[in-house]
Design a protein around this ligand. Structure first.
Ligand code: HEM
Length: 411
């Protein structure tokens, strides 16, 4: 058996802009030197699909690397630093299990299904406003969509959107490991905190009656039975906005980028919501948004390597679907592919994405209507890339298209 730090490993410069622009050749080169491990500027990278899956299940030996990230950012004793360490992803053991237990009823597939009509209404309204332009930055368009849906789900007025959007944008860079953005992160935290505290105060004054509960009512009712403390409720609400914002926006933008290059698939999305589901699942495999960071809390032995307590590990779930050792023909985008190994875009283990059914529902509903209303989309300019660490994706997707009316829904 060898210790992690005794291995001769390839290095992945994941913090470089050039890496973010075109990461796959770097992973291919790394794989040629070691099948599942590499080093990066802040620790080690687990990059092979099966190794990511196996190791992320070892929750008893891992913790969300938020203390490490807060230290890398020099953010101890800031409001953002506190939030990172105490949020769901940073918590562990019984505290985390209690939060999941309390929140689970609001995030089932059935609840997500119940929200679909509201999601449809929100996206239709946004399309009515944007489609007549005939050309815009799709990423900018997509950025309004998850906030508008979340505001509707929790009964917040859409007038708050401009104020919280820039804070969510700043939060999207939380895990980019760039110390210079700390003042923006602290300011964003304070804006979002004031917003959710006000939201909860308003709701406590005017509760929704039984039978009319929305997502906020379900969450606020956790205060009544002591499920969550007030501070935990505020943090959960902030976290839901933060966790759902740039992930959903970037995922929809990446899907659109793939579809622009495959017009026949895009056209099918206009006529079939079920096909949109397949396209979105394939898009989650093809290229998605998140890298996952964990600190090892107990020595792990895996494939004859000792990974000692204290190691900082990054799991590249965003590119794991392109791993040729796990996925056949990984570079072809094929929504009809038979796939034994499912994508891991939503993570694994106890922290697997709580909002995954809401995320899927809103992106599927969004794509179905977008494909109807924005015909023949084509790129009108280049994109750049967001940092690879944290939540990655395209920065900008300028497009033009032929505006169209929605199709009549059959059945
Ligand atoms: C395409 C959209 C999304 C993607 C790709 C995504 C991805 C992820 C991933 C990879 C994790 C695990 C992180 C880790 O283990 O460190 C996660 C956790 C989480 N996500 Fe999502 N997410 C998305 C949308 C959403 C939405 C819309 C919500 C809320 C409505 C949400 C709420 C959460 C929460 C609360 C957690 C933490 C769960 C826990 O710690 O137990 N996510 N997400």
């Amino acid at each position: 058996m060898q210790r992690l730090d005794e291995l001769k490993l390839p290095h992945l410069a994941m913090e470089d802009q050039g890496f973010a622009e075109d990461p796959l050749p770097h992973f291919a080169a790394a794989r040629a030197q070691h099948p599942w491990l590499a080093t990066c500027a802040f620790g080690h990278v687990v990059h092979q699909y099966d190794a990511i899956k196996d190791l992320l299940y070892l929750d008893h030996s891992l913790i969300g690397a938020y203390t490490d990230v807060v230290d890398i950012m020099g953010a101890r004793d800031t409001s953002w630093g506190r939030f990172q360490q105490e949020s769901m992803l940073g918590s562990t053991g019984e505290t985390h299990a209690r939060m999941r237990r309390v929140l689970a009823p609001a995030f089932t597939p059935q609840q997500a299904k119940k929200h679909r009509p509201l999601m449809r209404e929100v996206i239709a309204k946004q399309l009515d406003e944007w489609v007549p332009k005939g050309a815009f930055d799709f990423e900018e368009f997509a950025s309004y969509f998850p906030i508008s849906v979340m505001c509707s789900l929790i009964g917040a007025s859409p007038t708050v959107i401009p104020a919280i959007k820039s804070s969510l944008e700043a939060f999207g860079m939380s895990m980019s490991m760039d110390r210079e953005i700390l003042p923006q992160l602290v300011k964003a935290m304070d804006v979002l905190d004031a917003f959710v505290q006000d939201l909860v105060a308003q709701r406590l004054k005017a509760r929704k009656p039984a039978g009319e509960e929305d997502l906020l009512e379900i969450l606020v009712s956790t205060l009544d039975d002591g499920g969550l403390s007030e501070r935990e409720l505020y943090d959960v609400l902030i976290f839901l906005f933060v966790a759902g914002y740039d992930t959903s926006k970037n995922a929809l933008t990446l899907a659109m980028d793939s579809l622009i290059r495959q017009p026949a698939l895009y056209q099918r999305c206009a006529t079939s919501l079920d096909y949109c589901r397949k396209v979105i699942e394939e898009s989650f495999r093809f290229l998605t948004t998140s890298t996952i960071a964990r600190t090892v809390t107990k020595d792990i032995v895996y494939r004859d390597v000792l990974i000692p307590e204290g190691s900082l590990l990054f799991f590249t779930v965003n590119v794991a679907g392109r791993d040729p050792t796990a996925i056949a023909d990984p570079d072809s985008f094929d929504p009809d592919r038979e796939q034994a190994k499912k994508h891991i875009a939503f993570g694994q283990g106890v922290h697997i994405c709580l909002g995954q059914f809401i995320a899927r529902a809103q992106i599927e509903e969004g794509l179905h209507q977008i494909a109807q209303r924005m015909r023949n989309p084509r790129r009108t300019g280049p994109s750049s890339w967001r940092p690879f660490f944290g939540v990655s994706g395209l920065r900008g997707l300028p497009i033009a298209f032929d505006p169209a009316a929605a199709l009549e829904e059959v059945g």
